[in-house]
Design a binder for this molecule. Structure first.
Ligand code: G
Ligand code: G
Ligand code: MN
Ligand code: NA
Length: 257
């Protein structure tokens, strides 16, 4: 419970940082975006991964302040990169939203403020929502998602395929992108065709619904080859790069693809 007190002070004390994991266009092999991933630099414990404090932040409600900080920091860093690398393809910035943030009535206003204050273009911001959060929900969720869409941002379903549920919500919610969960990507490149059945099906579904596909947890060249043959759009994973701090990513961007 010490962590709860520490967590409250951590925002005031500027102990959070964003790392950024590259997203690669599988057709051109170029860096086209990054996912912002939150880390807590604890003065005694060092770098704490989000799975250890985001659930606590959700329970205590601190996730709203923390999520607002993440949105602002991600948009500002995105703007810095756009200004620094004007000749690169427009960089897409993906930010994770938690369930509790999605239930916050002022979410769309806060996203609008983060975009306006940073000058980051709305159509280059992607908000990721996990499939389980979407499935547990309701009219209020649709309303929030539509308000977000009106700002011009795009919406992605994170961990897609792990929810074991009806797919009807894909027609109800204004979704743009499916992020194929690592557990399905792991099976790619195997001689056994059944190993790739789920990924194959998700990509086909996405094409029919005109959604973009991002494969997560791409670790091996065999994964890349099969994703390319399936015409999956984007890859993200250790094969390309781990999440990097802003400085390391700036160095990466300064090199040609
Ligand atoms: O690198 P990784 O350990 O960063 O991330 C672990 C989990 O934490 C992922 O499921 C990711 O979606 C989640 N996560 C990372 N950053 C954020 C964030 O800023 N907000 C929320 N809600 N979840 C995040
Ligand atoms: O938001 P999401 O649940 O998708 O978070 C992505 C998580 O996956 C982060 O914890 C990130 O560090 C991790 N990750 C990203 N690429 C890889 C990978 O290739 N392999 C593994 N094992 N984890 C990855
Ligand atoms: Mn994510
Ligand atoms: Na995921």
């Amino acid at each position: 419970l010490e962590i709860v007190n520490d967590l409250h002070r951590a925002l005031e004390r500027n102990q959070f940082v964003l790392h950024f994991q590259p997203q690669i266009d599988l057709r051109t092999n170029s860096l086209i975006g990054v996912e912002a991933l939150l880390r807590w630099v604890h003065p005694e414990r060092g770098l704490i991964p989000p799975l250890e404090f985001i659930p606590v932040a959700e329970e205590t409600g601190l996730i709203n302040d923390l999520g607002r900080w993440v949105l602002r920091a991600a948009c500002q860093q995105g703007r810095t990169w756009l200004d620094r690398f004007p000749d690169r393809e427009p960089l897409v910035m993906s930010v994770n939203l938690s369930g509790r943030q999605l239930h916050q009535p002022r979410l769309a206003e806060e996203v609008a403020a983060a975009l306006e204050d940073s000058g980051f273009p709305a159509d280059q911001l992607v908000l990721e929502i996990t499939e389980s959060v979407l499935m547990n929900d309701t009219a209020a969720t649709i309303h929030t998602l539509e308000a977000l869409k009106e700002l011009g941002v795009r919406l992605a379903i994170d961990d897609f395929g792990t929810g074991y549920s009806s797919l009807t919500y894909l027609q109800r919610f204004p979704i743009d992108i499916l992020k194929i969960d690592k557990s399905f990507v792991d099976g790619l490149g195997s001689a056994n065709i059944e190993e790739s059945a789920v990924t194959r099906t998700i990509v086909a579904l996405a094409k029919t619904l005109r959604l973009e596909t991002v494969a997560e947890g791409v670790e091996r060249s065999e994964h890349v080859r099969e994703l390319q043959s399936l015409h999956c759009d984007i890859g993200q994973g250790y094969f390309f790069a781990r999440p990097l701090d802003a400085g390391a990513l700036t160095t990466l961007m300064a090199q040609p693809d």
